[in-house]
Design a protein around this ligand. Structure first.
Ligand code: FDM
Ligand code: MG
Length: 219
């Protein structure tokens, strides 16, 4: 029997909201407890030549205008898609920190046009599952500030606004509220992980053919 392809699973959301922790837990669970082939990756992938330009930009060592850096983030995804497709068809499930949705939300937060932002990512591999990490609007938890470009409260709030507009009703898109019902604290890691595992189980069971659709293209 031909190998069944793996799933493309994306973790999206603001900085420091728990994407990396949860994607690592998922990776360990799928590989060690379920015996499922999988790999983790992240965008930007700072290990490539384009990625090193993005890294320098984020560390404020070099400048690009807003359109140019947007295209570099997109190019950084395009340069990886052949190896991603190959892995998926070999049966690997790919667990990916950030994708084109971050591309759009962060650039829209700088004032760029949504359709322009989306256009350069049309035709990328379409995810089988997007786990969107968010907090309830009123919650004051979790606005991260750090040293890299974009890591200010004011900018993260703008990005959050555009992510919220992006929330999609497609069946691939799942919201993960990381804040407790009382709206004050983070939920514990285990309960978030259990919610994710349910979505991932459904997603893996739902893959019926090896065909991979294209992002943002009507079929
Ligand atoms: N980011 C990430 C973008 O602005 N556009 C993109 O297409 C992607 C993938 O880069 F602030 C931003 C989001 C974040 C920064 O990402 C670095 P990590 O996940 O913190 O490395
Ligand atoms: Mg960061």
């Amino acid at each position: 029997m031909a190998t069944k392809r793996g799933a493309l699973i994306i973790f999206e959301g603001l900085d420091r909201i728990g994407k990396t922790t949860q994607s690592k837990l998922l990776f360990e669970y799928l590989s060690n407890e379920c015996g499922i082939l999988c790999e983790r990756l992240a965008f930007p992938d700072r290990s490539t030549q384009i990625g090193s330009l993005i890294d320098a930009y984020l560390q404020r060592k070099i400048e690009f205008n807003d359109h140019t850096i947007h295209l570099l983030f997109s190019a950084n995804r395009w340069e990886c898609i052949d190896s991603m497709r190959t892995k998926l068809l070999q049966g690997y499930t790919l667990i990916v920190d950030r994708y084109a949705y971050s591309g759009v939300a962060f650039s829209q937060a700088k004032g760029l046009d949504k359709l322009w932002c989306q256009s350069c990512d049309i035709g990328l591999l379409k995810p089988d599952l997007v786990l969107y990490f968010h907090r309830e609007k009123q919650s004051n938890c979790l606005l991260y500030t750090g040293d890299e470009r974009y890591e200010t409260k004011q900018f993260q709030e703008k990005v959050e606004f555009y992510f919220e507009q992006f929330r999609s009703s497609s069946h691939q898109w799942k919201d993960i509220n990381v804040i407790n019902k009382d709206n004050t604290n983070m939920r514990d890691k285990e309960s978030i992980q259990n919610e994710i595992r349910l979505y991932v189980k459904d997603c893996l069971e739902g893959i019926k053919t090896n065909h991979i659709e294209e992002l943002w293209k009507e079929n």
